[in-house]
Design a protein around this ligand. Structure first.
Ligand code: SAM
Ligand code: SF4
Ligand code: SF4
Length: 397
């Protein structure tokens, strides 16, 4: 496919169609186009900045959550990436530094299960040394299923991890064991969360616990009866519980709309027993709508903590989406629902300079116009053209 170069006067250089881009095209375009030096002010085609980078450090997991890595697909014959395909810690750090120069302020390590990556704390040490364009430390966090957290929480904190999000889909052991599909008990995840709290993960500069979060994916017909017990359990603990609508990510989970329980239903349900009050977003581009608990007088109870609703299906938030995703093998994805990524690993391993990679990132981000969830809610047929979407375990949640 030919490169699409816009007239210079427009000062926007459309390099390639991002859904069909490959390294050769990017590299060719990079040579042809004006280099883009990072100045921290990068914006995409819809004016969205680049603030958040999610890095998948492994495509493997010790769980088989049926909404993410169903056992029937991710079985013993599944072809995971060989170690040589994975970005090394040095490569990840190099790319992360260039993203920080472009304005990234927050890095989330994810996967697969990120704590399965050997010596992950060495990577965290390296990332913790990076600085934003304003000279501040990056907001460094990680999403985990919690299974190895009890063992690793202290080492992660000592390495410089600031916060952690733990996924837990219910408190009923039978329900949770069925959902993770490897018979993993709730108790061990709760112990992991406690270990994270004891290690000081999630404490802000004022010593308040604001960054320890629990994510619960809600699947209608599977675990909606766990919503209230989860809300009761975490209310007043300082741990923020977030409910995520079951999403149509990847191509293997057999997603059906009638298994989605809309966040507004979750709010309604909690509100019947634990009255909620809407809170303002704390940062632009925040994925979750925030709710606080009311006290007996209907005022916000500051000691009760908050819950978040991530309404990816019923209330798309693409308009503020400032997130890029780096896959386990170094492909840059511009949307969770993308089917193709931009191969930064080959660029790096072919000997590109930092300036070249920085420029490539700049060009890729500038033409980004992804807004899958918005298009889906508008009923648009232009939501991927039937292309096979990448799996969440590979691209990172
Ligand atoms: N293994 C780690 C974990 O489970 O926390 C990190 C990777 S996981 C892909 C990241 C997040 O994506 C988790 O909170 C998980 O519950 C969520 N997730 C995975 N598949 C999902 C789906 N189909 N819909 C909504 N959330 C999903
Ligand atoms: Fe593993 Fe996380 Fe996916 Fe569950 S959601 S299968 S824990 S990567
Ligand atoms: Fe961002 Fe894509 Fe999700 Fe929209 S659908 S919020 S663009 S990741």
């Amino acid at each position: 496919m030919p490169e699409i170069l816009e007239p210079k006067a427009a000062r926007v250089i459309r390099l390639v169609d991002q859904r069909t881009a490959n390294l050769a095209e990017i590299a060719r375009a990079r040579m042809a186009a004006t280099p883009i030096a990072a100045n921290g002010l990068l914006a995409d085609a819809l004016g969205r900045p680049l603030h958040d980078l999610r890095i998948s450090v492994t495509d493997r997991c010790n769980f088989r959550c049926n909404y993410c890595m169903p056992k029937e697909v991710f079985d013993k014959n599944y072809a995971y990436l060989p170690h040589s395909a994975l970005l090394s810690f040095e490569e990840i750090t190099r790319i992360a530094k260039l993203f920080a120069a472009h304005g990234v302020r927050k890095i989330r390590l994810t996967g697969g299960e990120p704590l399965l990556r050997k010596n992950i704390e060495f990577l965290i040490e390296k990332l913790a040394r990076l600085r934003t364009v304003d000279g501040l430390a990056l907001d460094l966090t990680l999403t985990t299923n919690g299974s190895l957290l009890q063992r690793k929480a202290q080492a992660l904190k000592s390495a410089g991890l600031q916060r952690v999000t733990v996924s837990l889909d219910g408190l009923d052991d039978a329900v949770f064991r069925q959902m993770n599909d490897v018979d993993f008990p709730v108790h061990d995840v709760l112990e992991g969360i406690e270990a994270a709290r004891m290690a000081g993960l999630g404490l802000d500069a004022n010593g308040r616990l604001t960054g320890l979060k629990v994510n619960m994916v809600v699947k209608r017909g599977t675990n909606e009866q766990e919503i209230l017990p989860m809300a009761r359990h975490f209310k007043g603990t300082g741990i923020t519980l977030r409910f995520i609508e079951y999403m149509d990510v990847g191509a293997t989970n057999g997603w059906r709309m009638n298994e989605v329980l809309a966040s507004r239903e979750v709010v309604k349900l909690i509100h019947t027993e634990l009255p909620l009050l809407a809170l303002q977003p704390s940062t632009p581009g925040e994925t979750a709508q925030r709710w606080g608990y009311a006290d007996a007088h209907g005022n916000l109870d500051p000691n009760a903590g908050e819950v978040g609703m991530i309404s990816s299906v019923t209330q798309a938030f693409c308009g503020d989406c400032n997130r890029a995703r780096l896959s386990t093998e170094g492909k840059l994805y511009l949307c969770l629902f993308a089917s193709q990524g931009h191969d930064l690993r080959t660029l790096m391993r072919d000997g590109a300079s930092d300036a070249d990679i920085e420029s490539a990132i700049g060009h890729i981000w500038r033409v980004r116009d992804d807004r899958y969830s918005e298009l889906r809610s508008l009923g648009s047929p232009d939501t991927g053209g039937g292309a096979k979407r990448v799996e969440m375990s590979y691209i990172g949640g």
